[in-house]
Design a protein around this ligand. Structure first.
Ligand code: AMP
Length: 490
């Protein structure tokens, strides 16, 4: 395999992913996991993998690419057992590499464990150094392997004891689905940053990042995995262990704004309804004198409908999205991003011509897609373009599992709102306030992570530290010794 380069390391800390697991004797667990991952594709498009367990051994299959590209019928038939876990991995920049694909499998003389992780640790570097000093040999650059090795090789006789002990040391976001040869485990960090829920399919138990995956496989939603909880499922049944308690929760606001699917339930609230409410709040905070409201498909459509309902301005479809184009966000340079927008959206001139248009979008990160969208609308004849965003200005990077670019790349960290408006070429620009957003989500503000809007993170992070410094340090470490990347995780 290729050598580690900067891009690889840069990439390895972007862990906004989808996880799925099933304990289902008598069920085709690999196939169900495949469909579960399909429903979680939006959480990660870089690689996908499934590990199954049959009571005696683990079997794995993982590749780069979309879920539908990664597994053939034959692959699924080869994944035998009554337990399966799966993972879709997300990364937004640089080249894609297989060695960071998940689930990862670690083995020690007493433990064999496969781990699928959604989140990001902020103290992985220190924990990793400690483990290396103790003789641990790492095969990847991911914080997931730090977690897996702590769980597998840390102090404690039983796996659950080791997990509990390790959880008191892990800082950051981790929603984990894991399997040994005969046990399915689900673990959520004490802050509950990333989602994780539990469902039932006949007599099988399912764990998934989002409830939309439960619905897809015909499972019944039971509840969320609680922050700080370990759920253990084996032939004796299901056991819940409240391993760590925290004074506060910190559910990621960006899950509500953009990341989660609208048909998922977070904190007992349908994401679709929360987004509609964001649109209503936005209309109250930033009204516009306009003829039509459109949304940037697909993520901003619920918000645009909410805006239209509240303002009384009719909702129309002004942009049609080509659903077979990947996220333009991932294009590596400005020129390609600009081309990307035209590949992704076509305007409907018959709807837009001569109209004063409110265009609602979920967020502005770099600002690079919004600018061409405004131009597209004007070229299609829109007389005025009023941009409305159903999130506050994003001024800080996320250190807890969503790749929202470096601070220097965030347009709101560099420009004021009027400057951004001018940069976009819009007639007006309005962002939803944090208060309005929290009202729409209907979770107490103190139980949400708003770090990307305020810089106040629920765990200590070094704001002045480039978030890729950890990876770069590891590059240095590797340059001193072996530089070969590992492919096989098994
Ligand atoms: P831009 O305005 O060019 O910064 O693009 C922001 C748009 O990209 C948003 O409206 C979202 O639809 C989408 N987006 C936001 N955050 C992310 C992310 N972390 N990864 C991929 N796409 C994102």
């Amino acid at each position: 395999m290729g050598e580690l380069d900067h891009d690889d390391l840069h990439q390895s800390c972007h862990e906004a992913c989808g996880v799925f697991g099933i304990f289902g004797p008598g069920e085709d667990v690999a196939r169900i996991t495949f469909f579960g991952l399909y429903a979680l594709q939006h959480r990660g498009q870089e690689s996908a993998g499934i590990v199954t367990a049959d009571g005696e051994r683990l079997t794995s299959h993982m590749r780069m690419g979309l879920v539908a590209q990664v597994f053939t019928e034959e692959d699924l038939l080869g994944l035998r057992g009554h337990i399966a876990i799966g993972h879709t991995r997300y990364s937004t920049t640089g080249s894609s590499k297989i060695y960071n694909a998940q689930p990862i499998i670690v083995r020690s003389p007493t433990c064999e464990l496969a781990v699928a992780h959604n989140g990001n640790l902020v103290n992985a570097s220190a924990l990793r150094e400690e483990l290396v000093e103790q003789g641990c040999q790492f095969r990847t650059t991911t914080d997931t392997e730090v977690i897996a090795r702590l769980f597998c090789e840390g102090p404690g006789t039983h796996l659950v004891d080791r997990i509990r002990l390790a959880m008191s040391r892990l800082q950051g976001a981790y929603s984990l689905v894991m399997t040994t040869k005969d046990q399915l485990l689900a673990v959520r960090d004490p802050l509950g940053v990333r989602p994780l829920c539990l469902g039932r399919l006949n007599s099988a138990w399912i764990v998934a990042s989002e409830s939309c995956a439960l619905a897809t496989v015909g499972a019944e939603y039971i509840r969320e995995v609680a922050p700080g909880e370990i759920v253990k499922i084996d032939e004796r049944g299901i056991e819940s262990i409240q391993a760590v308690t925290s004074e506060r929760q910190a559910t990621c606001l960006f899950e509500y704004i953009y990341f989660a699917r609208p048909d998922s339930v977070l904190n007992n609230r349908l994401v679709y309804q929360a987004r509609q409410e964001m649109g209503r709040e936005l209309a109250r905070e930033h009204p516009a004198d306009a003829d039509i409201v459109i949304g940037v498909p697909d993520s901003a459509v619920p918000g645009a409908i909410g805006y239209a309902e509240e303002s009384g301005i009719p909702y129309r479809e002004g942009l049609v999205k080509n659903r077979y184009i990947g996220r333009t966000f991932i294009q590596p340079d400005q020129r390609l991003r600009d081309i990307g927008i035209h590949l992704k959206f076509n305007p409907l001139p018959e709807v837009l011509a001569g109209q004063r248009v409110v265009v609602v979008d979920d967020s502005i990160v770099r600002g690079t897609t919004k600018r061409p969208i405004v131009r597209l609308l004007r070229d299609a004849g829109a007389r005025e373009v009023h941009v409305r965003i159903h999130a506050p200005p994003m001024v800080h990077p996320c250190y807890l599992g969503v790749d929202t670019a470096r601070r220097s790349e965030l347009v709101a960290a560099r420009m004021s709102v009027p400057e951004i408006c001018e940069y976009l070429g819009a007639d007006s620009l309005g962002y939803l306030s944090l208060e309005g957003l929290v009202r729409a989500v209907r979770v107490a503000g103190g139980s949400l992570c708003n770090g990307c809007f305020t810089g106040n993170y629920p765990v200590p992070v070094q704001l002045d530290l480039d978030k890729f410094a950890f990876e770069q340090a590891r590059l240095g470490e590797r340059e001193g010794g072996e530089r070969k990347a590992r492919v096989s995780m098994v």
